[in-house]
Design a protein around this ligand. Structure first.
Ligand code: DGL
Length: 275
């Protein structure tokens, strides 16, 4: 049984960890009057090296929790969870407005000049049927060639919180350089953690004299889709009153609080939960 939803109810946003904060910043910018709940499933991260069944079970458990806290809409701010589990979430809650994040193959195909697009994402995302179907469909429609690069271990490093760590710089070189060598002129950031290392990716591009490469991040488009779904369901909040932002995590509350401060300059209440 789902609780009654109204425009004053909060929006639930979740990711395996802090990556979804890169989507949350676009949601806050486009929907400044909404109450928001951010759930970091850090106790179970990364999702990218887990089985599809595991990610589905986590996505359903987190969704149940956010609904129990009154969520009127859900943003799956994680490519891996969207590819593996959004179908199961929608099947369980057909009336709930749900927005997911998928690697931006369509905008990348529109942006590429030579038809070669590199896709950086987790191993689970790149193996998922939903992603493979999307790739098939966009390649058939545009003739773009997608070069897939799983960035194994990168989410773990970003979760540690030191974005200037040499290990991150080394991984970015290791994963991005082969895509450049294969001629990619456009790179899709197919994981919501990656916008937080955009500076490091741009450094690799400069080191390879390829500052002309276009980077594709879908955070802004996801927030716009959320606005559309809220409007369609008459669930958009009015313009008055203060807003609240709450953080929940299955990891350490202090780590999520630190990530909010470091990545977004925010200091919301954060609670550790056992979900
Ligand atoms: N931010 C998640 C994504 O967009 C990371 C998944 C993971 O935990 O490996 O795919």
């Amino acid at each position: 049984m789902q609780p009654a939803r109204s425009p004053g109810s909060p929006i639930g946003v979740f990711d395996s960890g802090v990556g979804g904060l890169s989507v949350l910043r676009h949601i806050r910018a486009q929907l400044p009057h909404e109450d928001l709940m951010y759930f970091a499933d850090s106790g179970h991260a990364p999702y990218g090296d887990k089985t599809e069944e595991y990610v589905v079970a986590r996505a359903l458990a987190v969704t149940d929790f956010l609904l129990s806290r009154g969520a009127k809409a859900l943003v799956v701010a994680c490519n891996t969870a969207t590819v593996a589990a959004i179908k199961a979430v929608r099947a369980k809650y057909p009336a709930l407005p749900v927005v997911g994040v998928e690697p931006g193959l369509k905008p990348a195909a529109a942006a590429t000049r030579n038809g070669k697009v590199g896709v950086l994402a987790t191993a689970r995302t790149l193996k998922g049927d939903k992603f493979l179907q999307l790739r098939e469909q966009i390649s058939a429609a545009t003739q773009a060639e997608f070069l897939l690069q799983p960035a194994v271990g990168l989410v773990d490093e970003i979760e540690k919180g030191d974005l200037s760590a040499p290990a991150i710089a080394a991984m970015l070189e290791h994963y991005v350089a082969p895509l450049l060598d294969q001629g990619a002129d456009t790179l899709v950031l197919g994981c919501t953690h990656y916008p937080f290392v955009r500076d490091g990716i741009e450094r690799v591009l400069r080191d390879h004299a390829r500052a002309d490469v276009t980077l594709i991040d879908t955070g802004d488009a996801v927030a716009r889709q959320l606005v559309r779904l809220l409007d369609a369901a008459s669930l958009r909040h009015g313009t008055d009153g203060d807003t609240t932002l709450r953080g929940y995590t299955t990891g350490e509350a202090a780590a999520l609080a630190q990530a909010f401060a470091d990545l977004l300059g925010l200091n919301p209440a954060v609670e550790k939960v056992d979900v």
